[in-house]
Design a protein around this ligand. Structure first.
Ligand code: NAP
Length: 249
């Protein structure tokens, strides 16, 4: 049976890798991002490999856009029963310099976005008596200098995950979170730029702190997401898996 999955923020980075992996595992995948045209490369990678994918443009923090996107996906790809809430942004700054807009925007994309997407998708999951929700948290949930907004959002994702697991479990729906450590993507490239360090130098520096001795790659996270989305993970719910190359505090 072909399941339909939605991966948000799937134009690049972790979302793209996860969309490609879920398609390789047999899902029809809605590649959702802010700009539909930006999803083309991910869709192409999936179709080139013989998979099925649909590019969908939507802002996950916009309730009307989310409702329309999920309706369109259900009509064009099939009722979505797998959801990976991956879309994200950073607006880092020390607390005394953080603006209200920086706070609101980060909370809105990560938390409101995951809430709106989960609410729209759960009706299809309940109808199917089966579903998987995977939320992207972060090691920053444990606290990280310059990320008051982001760490609050990522800790919030963990609470949301546990509540979704409790509410939706009776309908055959699991909800789990992945908390990545340092992963090489455009997001971490932007962090290096903001700090005024070359990206290669930044990656090398970060890798030294990781017990397995390397930075993470988007595929490392996609592999964890694929497990949570699998049929065999039906008894794993409400968990937070740190994927960081070592233990976390
Ligand atoms: P990325 O390369 O910056 O990709 C994020 C994607 O999300 C972008 O394509 C972005 O679109 C999209 N997006 C942003 N706001 C959106 C919105 N409102 N609606 C729909 N899509 C939106 O980031 P990444 O590194 O792959 O991170 C993916 C997730 O993992 C994020 O939730 C991030 O917080 C989390 N994470 C990453 C790391 C890491 O080290 N990279 C570590 C821990 C957790 P635009 O390009 O148009 O903005």
């Amino acid at each position: 049976m072909t399941r339909t999955a939605i991966v948000t923020g799937a134009a690049r980075g972790i979302g793209a890798a996860t969309a490609i992996r879920l398609a390789a595992d047999g899902c029809a995948v809605a590649v959702l991002d802010l700009d539909e045209a930006a999803c083309a490369d991910t869709v192409q990678a999936i179709t080139d490999a013989g998979g099925q994918a649909l590019a969908v443009g939507a802002d996950v923090s916009d309730a009307a856009a989310v409702a329309a996107a999920v309706d369109r996906i259900a009509a064009e790809l099939g009722a979505p029963t797998i959801l990976v809430n991956n879309a994200g942004i950073i607006r880092d700054n020390l607390l005394f310099k953080m603006t209200e807009d920086d706070w609101d925007l980060v909370l809105s994309v990560h938390l409101r976005g995951a809430f709106l997407m989960s609410r729209a998708v759960q009706k299809h999951q309940v109808d199917a008596s089966w579903g998987r929700i995977v939320n992207l948290s972060s090691t920053s949930a444990l606290g990280n200098r310059g990320q008051a907004n982001y760490s609050a959002a990522k800790a919030g994702m963990q609470g949301l995950t546990k509540t979704l697991a409790i509410e939706l479990g009776r309908y055959g729906v699991t909800a789990n979170a992945i908390a990545p450590g340092f992963i090489v993507t455009d997001m971490t490239r932007a962090t290096a730029e903001r700090m005024g360090v070359g990206f290669d130098e930044f990656v090398e520096h970060m890798a030294k702190e990781v017990p397995v001795g390397r930075a993470g790659a988007p595929d490392d996270i996609a592999a964890a997401a694929a497990f949570f989305c699998s049929e065999e993970a039906s008894f794993v719910s409400g968990q937070v898996l740190y994927v960081a190359g070592g233990p976390t505090a």
